[in-house]
Write a protein that binds this ligand. Structure first.
Ligand SMILES: *Cc1c(COP(=O)(O)O)cnc(C)c1O
Length: 294
């Protein structure tokens, strides 16, 4: 069975927010599995089920040097009995270049390093290997990913009916799943973590089979993907002091949480709003200076 237990939903009881008339919940997808983290599990689950049903023994996927998706795929392969191959962008890299690659390799993933990995090239590799490998797109975002994220939304609705669901958005695949799983009046807010000149908006729209409005917030990018500032690091350190059961990282969840707090403090949410933020995991990529958690 390809299944992990649902993640907990937790009320954030932060003294800093006590004068603001909102309720803030966090969906702890970071706790789903120590390695198959957060949204990457949600996006992989139905891909893994499909791969098994079709009789595949091996998975192949693509990613950059610090890809949480690569790492999660390697861990999922180990957990559920698939061989895994990761095609990594960056000819100069090796399996010991960083922790993400190292732990993927330790999980048994074959790593192949290529100089360029554009769309055309990925398509070509996919076509070439599609009989021997179940090929998952970069970032894992496809219709099966949407199904897995909708399941997360169902878990949330089983406990609360939020007015707003907030998530960090890289490619926007997870956001597309959240939008698909919205019920009633709930709105989705994606917090962009990179500059993308509208690419994400198109990508999300393409993945949607439902007509729904959604918002992408571009005010908390902190430079660009992977970039950070002292202000962001200070926010994370102070957040963790006040909320010791929750750890963040500086690439995704830290930026989203900074944005949510800033918007709450600036009165951007109506009185009585119930907000649910998604902890999408990714803590392997947490900066060493913030302290080890593994
Ligand atoms: C990959 C990742 C995201 C972004 O997910 P997309 O579906 O690409 O938008 C957000 N948070 C974490 C921790 C991630 O690893």
């Amino acid at each position: 069975m390809i299944q992990l237990p649902p993640s907990p939903l937790q009320l954030i009881d932060d003294p800093l927010l006590k004068d603001f008339p909102v309720k803030l919940y966090i969906k702890r997808d970071d706790l789903i599995h120590p390695e198959i983290t957060g949204n990457k599990w949600r996006k992989l689950k139905y891909n893994l089920i499909e791969a098994r049903e079709k009789g595949f023994k091996s998975l192949m996927t693509f990613g950059g040097a610090f890809s949480n998706h690569i790492y999660a795929t390697s861990a999922a392969g180990k957990e559920f009995g698939f061989k895994t191959t990761g095609i990594i962008r960056g000819e100069e890299l090796t399996a010991t270049s960083n922790e993400i690659l190292m732990f993927s390799k330790i999980n048994g993933m074959d790593l192949i390093f290529l100089p360029r990995l554009n769309y055309g090239f990925k398509d070509k590799i996919t076509r070439q290997y599609k009989d021997d490998f179940y090929v998952i797109p970069e970032g894992g975002s496809n219709e099966f990913a949407i199904k897995g994220v909708v399941e997360m939304m169902d878990e949330i609705y089983a406990e609360i009916t939020p007015d707003v669901v907030c998530v960090a958005a890289g490619t926007g695949g997870t956001l597309a799943g959240i939008i698909t799983g919205l019920r009633g009046e709930t709105k989705a807010l994606g917090f962009a973590v990179l500059k993308d000149k509208g690419l994400m908006y198109n990508f999300v729209s393409k993945l949607l089979t439902v007509e729904k409005e959604f918002n992408i917030i571009n005010d908390y990018i902190f430079g660009n993907y992977g970039k950070t500032t002292l202000e962001l690091i200070k926010f994370i350190i102070e957040f963790e002091k006040r909320n010791p059961s929750i750890k963040l990282e500086q690439v995704y969840t830290g930026k989203m949480m900074f944005g949510v707090y800033d918007m709450i403090q600036k009165g951007k949410f109506k009185e009585g709003t119930t907000i649910c933020v998604i902890h999408t995991g990714g803590l392997r990529g947490r900066m060493k200076q913030l302290g080890e958690i593994f």
